[in-house]
Design a protein around this ligand. Structure first.
Ligand code: KG4
Ligand code: ZN
Length: 347
């Protein structure tokens, strides 16, 4: 295997990214640059990501991000072996912007083009950061994703569970909104929960009593709303302590559900007797220290190695796309100029 140098592009949601990653046969891959231009401020007035605004911002920022990523890496287009780009799933306008940009670079510089599934990018990240061997168990938990995957190869993923309604990050964001806390809700709820009593409100643990590895978070949000409304009706508003206790009780419910379902997913995965058992998490919700600590303890109990990549590589970024491109490239996979942008693309 020779050295490989890939440029990766990401534009499937509200982060524009470009990155250069180098892979060498006998050493760890190296992230030479990873530029991310977020759009939080653009969407903030609307309370959610507006697809049209996102697509426009990606189209404006992609070239700049690519220039910056190449400059930081200290390489020119001529040094690259290929260009990898998120080809879905995601908001179609943004995905199209990225695919068109990558096609332009590939055609202009005479480079191979590689389309990457965004979810595969997240799922393969622990190989980039920690050199995990296949098969490993992955829990992907963010504002838009929620699934357990057994990752068997760079293009072989078995989904063994997921959410039937909201993603956990979405649940944290809605909880924060209900309690008058700022967005993104996860960090705000976690900060409040630190001083709260997690046992004051008996919130439900949805689907925990049912078999399987599926999640549901919408009932938990409704229960939180009821608890809030009862307090407001009784006292005319929420005290600081009420808010902290609601956050702590909500977070405790999410931790219990994620831990309970992870125990089952680990049992299914470990039943296959992997030689180097490992459990990896990715996605913005993996930033939550209560969730991380619970999953770390669970992994230790089962003998699986626990891996949580650094947060900047857990959330949307282009280094994971460049890396997934390297894995596809090594497997001999290439795409042509007919590469399509796909709004839906299950693994
Ligand atoms: O992966 P990400 O940056 O974007 C996607 O959704 O793809 O994840 C963002 C989500 C948001 O919903 C945010 O509230 C949640 O991750 N999040 C957290 C924490 N930090 C971010 N949720 C719980 N606890 C946190 N500390
Ligand atoms: Zn993502």
């Amino acid at each position: 295997m020779k050295d490989l140098l890939l440029l990766g592009l990401e534009s499937s949601c509200d982060d524009t990214g470009a990155a250069v990653v180098r892979a060498r046969p006998d050493t760890r891959p190296e992230i030479l640059s990873s530029v991310v231009a977020g759009q939080t401020a653009l969407h903030a007035p609307y309370g959610g990501v507006v697809p049209e605004i996102a697509a426009r911002a990606h189209a404006e920022k992609l070239d700049l991000c690519v220039e910056e990523a190449l400059a930081q890496a200290g390489v020119g287009l001529g040094a690259l072996d290929a260009v990898a780009v998120t080809a879905g799933p995601g908001l179609i306008g943004g995905v199209l912007s990225g695919v068109m940009c990558a096609k332009g670079i590939a055609a202009g510089a005479g480079l191979p083009l590689i389309g990457v599934n965004h979810l595969a990018g997240h799922a393969l990240t622990p190989r980039l950061t920690d050199g995990l061997e296949f098969p490993y168990l992955m829990l992907l938990v963010s504002g838009g994703h929620c699934q357990f995957l057994i990752v068997r190869d760079s293009d072989d993923f078995t989904r063994i569970g997921g959410t039937i309604d909201d993603a956990p990050g979405e649940a944290f964001d809605k909880a924060a909104k209900l309690l008058g806390l700022p967005q993104p809700g996860g960090p705000a709820v976690e900060a409040e929960a630190k001083s709260g009593d997690p046992t004051r409100f008996a919130l439900p643990r949805p689907l925990l009593d049912r078999p399987g590895c599926d999640f549901s978070f919408s009932g938990l949000k409704t229960a939180l709303l009821r608890a809030r409304d009862a307090l407001v009706a009784e006292n005319g508003g929420l005290s600081r302590a009420d808010r902290a206790d609601l956050c702590a009780s909500f977070q405790a419910a999410v931790v219990d559900v994620i831990t309970g379902k992870s125990r089952r997913a680990l049992a299914l995965y470990l039943a296959e007797a992997p030689t180097q058992p490992a459990f990896a998490v990715a996605g913005g919700v993996a930033a939550n220290s209560a969730i991380r600590a619970a999953l770390e303890t669970l992994s230790a109990e089962t003998g699986a190695r626990f891996v949580a990549p650094p947060l900047r590589l857990c959330t949307d970024n282009a280094a994971m796309i460049a890396w997934a491109g390297i894995e596809r490239f090594r497997a001999g996979q290439r795409d042509g100029m007919d590469l399509r942008a796909r709004p839906r693309w299950p693994l």
